[in-house]
Design a protein around this ligand. Structure first.
Ligand SMILES: [Cu+2]
Length: 649
């Protein structure tokens, strides 16, 4: 096994390169020198201000670059949020505005400051003493986003509804002991506790929940499994451009979305064919099903309220990824305008993925079989107690897949001995995991052979019995154009074999059909929170699985620019209000997929990975199976010869 980290080039060479450390600090310097910023200003985000598509697509190596940073700031003293665009090329603040009535995402410093403020509060200390806890240094206070429930007290304040757990020692898994019925509301601007809600003492659960091998033991029957690529991986990374087999793409990274894929294309008989202009997870939300005082507000929007880019892990070879690995560092801002390098944030590697295709001719004994190999581009974010791994897969047959891996430690509560919870399940004695869901919303700025695309819904329909269907067996597909944004708000329907097809009406395959890619849904679910629930209004994106919008560079996030404490309606429900026509135009496809989490004892103390996602598959994009030219398996000369099957020599 080997790994290397690509050295993040000190200088950007392409319009889509993420901001370098120098550009991040440079943007802050320019801003600070031109605007009078208060001493309690926090930098929420400094990210690449992307150039228009035309500029990006026309860019050739060596062309002059226009670089700009999009900056979000908040002045904690005034409780005000500002947006700026800083031209790095022109060394000038080119846009500046106060954004009234919004709360940017919670910044990392606030995590620590909030915990300290809560621990110092006498009301909270009293509540802990009532529960037999006197060593407050062992408590963990997680600053949950506050949501927006229309409470008069909350109005105009930047808040967290913080939850408390207790460790038995500094390296104990504190999530074993939730302090039930205790909610601490913190004003994050003043960093003071607004109030402590104590809804009654529930004893701390009795058991530890540690999972190190010293505690959990280690099974002894695993033999080594080695993945060797003696000639190195088959991909090449040039700056942020990644090439693997026929795939080419650029890798971006933003503090909010984490990994971003740009200009994903596939070389088809020497022709570079664009498929995706940009793809990223645009938001996510985790609604919980328990209505009680310390649970109802658990509605974390992990992308928009925290930023999964900031929370990206530094990955380790042999642990997070296995084999011949290349890593990419990510550079994000800190809250003081400095640059922070997240080492090995993005992992690149190849995986053997079983067979790609096969046929054995039973008459002649002739066999051809190919191994499937996929390219994996991934990162993992830790958001408090939960881990989310985001894995983009690229296959040799033109398939693209996004798989989210959910793991980590569930958000929980404590119950009285003998109590059976209604809104969840017991996972350990007196430890309770509320029922909840994880909805991901991914933004796919499609560009199938060019920017002008149309989207069709395809359902399979049984023919009625009749003269044309005398044996009652007939069925066929029906494709319906999603002609406008109002029509393009759809739900999955696996019983009708439903998928959505993104086509370029101007480019035909050799069968005369428009070239396309189809979005193939995976497992999915709808929210159970009612239509009037705060989370349903705030996460409007989760009420439909598919949305299509006409491209607008300002429309980036499923729940809007500032979901933290937002009352609702922002993002997709607003983006589609003008019901823009969608035929043969620059479209953006937004797909929502939900993981339904009815917790199990087996999810405790740390959850085995749950997988969820979707695929984009070529449908008439190619003239035939594009992976015929994948060579026979090198390790076995017998494969594909006139032998009955493929037997190792
Ligand atoms: Cu879950």
């Amino acid at each position: 096994m080997a790994s290397t980290t690509a050295v993040a080039s000190a200088r950007a060479t392409h319009p889509l390169d993420p901001l370098t450390a120098e550009e991040i600090t440079g943007a802050w310097e320019i801003l600070r020198s031109q605007k009078s910023l208060g001493p309690r200003t926090r930098v929420v985000s400094i990210a690449l201000q992307e150039s228009p598509k035309e500029t990006v697509l026309a860019h050739r190596p060596g062309d002059a670059l226009e670089r700009a940073a999009a900056v979000v700031l908040m002045d904690s003293a005034e409780g005000k949020t500002y947006e700026a665009v800083v031209s790095l090329t022109g060394k000038d603040v080119v846009a500046w505005r106060h954004v009234p009535g919004v709360q940017p995402s919670i910044v990392l410093d606030e995590f620590f400051e909030c915990e300290a403020a809560v621990r110092a509060d006498p009301r909270w200390q009293e509540a802990l003493r009532k529960r037999g806890v006197t060593d407050f240094s062992l408590t963990m206070v997680d600053p949950w986003s506050a949501g927006n429930f229309g409470f008069a007290d909350d109005e105009g304040r930047r808040l967290s509804r913080a939850l408390t757990w207790v460790r038995r020692s500094p390296d104990d898994n504190g999530y074993a002991r939730p302090v039930a019925n205790l909610l601490t509301v913190v004003d994050l601007d003043t960093m003071t506790v607004v109030r402590v809600e104590d809804h009654g003492v529930v004893p701390l659960p009795p058991e530890d929940a540690n999972y190190s091998p010293e505690v959990a033991g280690s099974r002894l029957d695993l033999k080594p499994l080695e993945i060797r690529q003696p000639e190195g991986p088959s991909f090449e990374l040039d700056g942020h451009e990644l090439r693997w087999q026929k795939w080419t793409m650029r890798l971006g990274f933003t503090p909010r979305e984490g990994l971003v894929l740009h200009t994903v294309s596939y070389a088809d008989q020497g022709r570079e064919r664009l498929i995706l202009y940009r793809a990223a997870v645009a938001d996510m939300v985790v609604p919980y099903g328990d209505p009680r005082p310390t649970y109802f507000h658990r509605n974390a929007f992990d992308v928009g309220e925290y930023g999964i880019g900031y929370l990206a892990n530094s990955l380790e070879n042999g642990c997070d990824c296995l084999g011949e690995i290349r890593y990419l560092d990510a550079v994000v801002n800190d809250s003081r305008g400095g640059a922070l390098t997240l080492r090995n944030a993005v992992c690149l590697h190849e995986e053997d993925y079983g067979i790609l295709w096969k046929h054995f001719d039973w008459r002649t004994g002739y066999t051809e079989v190919r191994r499937s190999r996929r390219l994996v581009v991934s990162f993992i974010a830790t958001v408090g107690n939960y881990e989310y791994g985001f894995y983009w897969y690229f296959y040799q047959d033109g398939t693209i897949q996004l798989e989210v891996k959910l793991t980590g430690i569930m958000s929980n509560g404590a119950v009285l001995p003998g109590e059976k919870p209604r809104w969840g399940e017991l996972v350990a004695p007196q430890v309770y995991g509320p029922i909840h869901q994880h909805f991901f919303n991914v933004r796919l700025d499609m560009a199938v052979d060019g920017l002008a695309n149309s989207v069709y819904e395809v359902n399979t329909v049984a023919d009625p019995p009749g003269p044309e269907n005398p044996h009652h067996n007939a069925f066929h597909t029906e494709a319906t154009l999603l002609a406008s944004e109002a029509q393009a708000q759809r739900l999955v329907d696996p019983l009708r074999g439903r998928f959505w097809k993104i086509v370029n009406p101007a480019v035909r395959n050799r069968l005369g059909e428009p070239v396309g890619y189809k979005l193939v849904p995976g497992e999915n679910v709808l929210p159970f929170a009612g239509p009037e629930a705060s989370v349903t209004k705030r996460a409007g994106f989760m009420t439909r699985h598919l949305w299509v919008t006409r491209h607008d560079a300002r429309e980036r996030y499923g729940a809007g620019d500032y979901p933290n404490q937002h009352p609702g309606g922002a993002g997709l429900p607003t983006y589609v209000q003008d019901d823009a026509p969608l035929e043969n135009t620059d479209v953006v496809v937004w797909y929502t997929f939900g993981a339904h989490h009815v917790v199990r004892p087996e999810d405790w103390p740390v959850m085995p990975v749950t997988y969820i996602g979707f695929m984009l598959k070529p449908v008439g994009f190619f003239d035939r199976n594009p992976a015929l030219d994948v060579p026979r398996p090198a390790a076995n000369g017998a494969c594909g010869h006139a032998t009955p099957g493929c037997h190792p020599a």
